[in-house]
Design a protein around this ligand. Sequence first.
Ligand code: ATP
Length: 251
Amino acid sequence: MSIIKVENLVKQYGTFTAVKGISFEVQQGTIFGLLGPNGAGKTTTLEIIETLRPKTSGKVWVDGMDLDTHPQQIKQIIGVQLQASGFYPNLNLKELIELFAGLYNETVDPMELLRSVNLEDKARSKFKQLSGGQKQRFSIATTLINKPKVIFLDEPTTGLDPQARRNLWDLIRQLKQNGTTIVITTHYMDEAEELCDRVAIVDSGTIIREDTPDHLIDQLLDSGFQRTKKTKEANLEDVFLNLTGKELREG
Ligand code: ATP
């Protein structure tokens, strides 16, 4: 069953058309990746589905609800990463979760939520005291407060070290295992290959290809593609992880 359906979505900023009539569907319980160069229209598309940005034309349904007529109901079943600016500097992580839960009118156990993203021991810390990876995990925790059916992650691992990136992959896979649908943008193709059931490749506001990572790679190989440089059986990231260990280093 598709939980997100986007049909002929268009977004114009003045005379510039950032999204040029894209269509795609996301199946419930899967991880769907939006990939594409800077400025392709990924964030614009996500923010329209998240009800945060008005569209110019086209149709969007989330869990069968029409974005035009049911934006409030859609908001209730989706999880959106909040901007760091919303994390009041004087509150600690536990207090921030309590505050957001109050805003959502939800009862949550803040410690249990923090445990689920491996931040239990940081409950009394302020957001600004966290490492990059911890900040991302906290930001993901805030998307889970309203127990959403779908969560949207916009470049969640940008700027993280290899260990923290893998730790976040585990967390994202865990969310999928619990039945949550995840829509993610990333510039890391290894990450998309690792996590995504399907990806859409967006370029200049158009989806130029949409398929499973495996099919996309096979299609490229079938067309006769060969890597110019023969790759070794390991890469520099393997060296890095081997030398520094797989454990998180953020203390
Ligand atoms: P990135 O990978 O860099 O995050 P993206 O694929 O998420 O890029 P968008 O942020 O959706 O791209 O931007 C798509 C295009 O729309 C860009 O050319 C951008 O400059 C333009 N754009 C985005 N927001 C606005 C806005 N508020 N007003 C005018 N143009 C905008």
